[in-house]
Design a binder for this molecule. Structure first.
Ligand code: UD1
Length: 357
């Protein structure tokens, strides 16, 4: 049996790693990893392969940056001959990035079976590129692996056949649980005892220069009482430069390059508070029991609000100081861990894939 995995952008790598490992442990399975090259920097890609022990990609499509149409089209064009040549029994796609939908579409056109890991999540906000990627990928997939049961409900409502849907749990938490002991040693030694960790990269937020400048002034104010650590996504760094924000001169803010997986996990675990617009970080903080303020108006991961430590603040920055106060007052502490976020989701996926040959 041959399984081809698609790795495209940073949030895919921690989801792919445990599924590849689980399949390595099964007899008679050969695997192929195709990296689309959507993320191409050492910091955004290579270091994740190294730290997570993912085998070197067999094929790199090297698409690089571009508009959404260009990037999606380029991935499709470059992936088609690879798929025709390799003839896998299953193609496994991860998450909601452009690489996910582009390769799923090629599979369905060529009649190759495709499985979607992290299916069914919905923000119900169609202005988000990821929401379109999720909706389309789930319509194309032959097997849909959901991390939480709200995913099953969303898929059934959209007419996806019950027998295609499998609630398996959260593969990203598989990776977190496996790597946590190593992360203990990866914490930067000069970190203060208490700090806020910030990440921000969504186009809806950071492509708005006024919003970004206001966020920085709020963070500087927060930094007077609680040091702020902020690894900068390449998109955010670019937008700051365009907006004329001098990143070398930000008192109270410790700006840094994107952190490798282990360092970032250590940063999250030790944080007093996390402020983010990421999807995955809402889940990781829920597992770790660290308060998380999400600067978005919606989330495709409502379980992190219902079960976990996530508070949806919205994008109105005037609400941020009050939300910070509430989060600091309540403090951390694990709430409930969502069902099947137990470190074994990828094993369940591997068994189902192999049984579907
Ligand atoms: C993509 C995903 C998003 C995910 C995010 C994580 C889509 C639609 N979006 O958004 O869901 O949360 O990745 O990072 O697929 N860049 C670099 N080096 C890199 C990668 C990107 O400099 O290795 C630059 C690009 O040139 C571009 C910007 O960063 O200017 C944004 O990259 P892109 O992949 O287009 O989208 P993300 O915003 O990262």
């Amino acid at each position: 049996m041959k399984i081809l995995h698609i790795a495209g952008a940073r949030p895919n790598f921690m989801k792919l790693a445990p599924v590849v490992r689980a399949l390595q442990a099964m007899d008679g399975v050969s695997q192929l990893i195709v990296h689309t090259g959507q993320h191409y920097d050492k910091q955004m890609s290579d270091v994740f392969f190294e730290q997570l022990g993912i085998p070197e990609p067999d094929i790199n499509l090297a698409v690089g940056p571009g508009s959404h149409a260009q990037q999606t089209a380029e991935i499709m064009t470059r992936f088609e001959p690879v798929l025709l040549e390799s003839k896998p029994d299953w193609v496994v796609v991860y998450g909601d990035v452009n690489s996910t939908v582009a390769t799923a579409l090629v599979c369905s056109k060529l009649g190759r079976r495709v499985a979607h890991v992290e299916a069914g999540l919905r923000s119900r906000d169609r202005s988000m590129p990821e929401e379109i990627n999720r909706l389309l990928t789930d319509q194309l997939a032959d097997l849909l692996f959901t991390p939480s049961t709200d995913g099953d409900e969303n898929l059934l409502r959209e007419g996806v056949a019950r027998e295609k849907i499998h609630f398996v749990g959260n593969v990203m938490i598989d990776t977190l649980i496996r790597m946590l002991p190593q992360a203990e040693n990866a914490k930067p030694s000069d970190l203060p005892a208490r700090y806020a960790l910030v990440t921000m990269h969504r186009p809806a937020n950071v492509d708005n220069p006024e919003w970004l400048a206001r966020l920085f002034s709020y963070l500087s104010r927060l930094g007077e009482q609680l040091p702020v650590v902020f690894p900068l996504h390449p998109r955010t760094r670019k937008q700051l430069a365009l907006g004329g924000v001098d990143v070398a001169n930000t008192p109270n803010l410790r700006l840094m390059d994107p952190a490798p997986y282990l360092e970032f996990l250590a940063l999250q675990k030790g944080a007093t508070l996390v402020i983010t617009d990421s999807g995955g970080i809402q889940e990781e903080t829920t597992y770790l029991g660290v308060p998380c303020l999400t600067l978005r108006d919606n989330t495709e991961r409502p379980i992190t609000v219902d079960f976990g430590t996530n508070i949806l603040v919205g994008t109105d920055l005037d609400k941020l100081p009050a939300a910070i106060e509430v989060a600091l007052r309540q403090g951390g502490g694990r709430k409930r861990i969502p069902p099947l976020w137990d470190g074994h989701a990828s094993e369940r996926i591997a068994r189902i894939l192999v049984n579907h040959i």
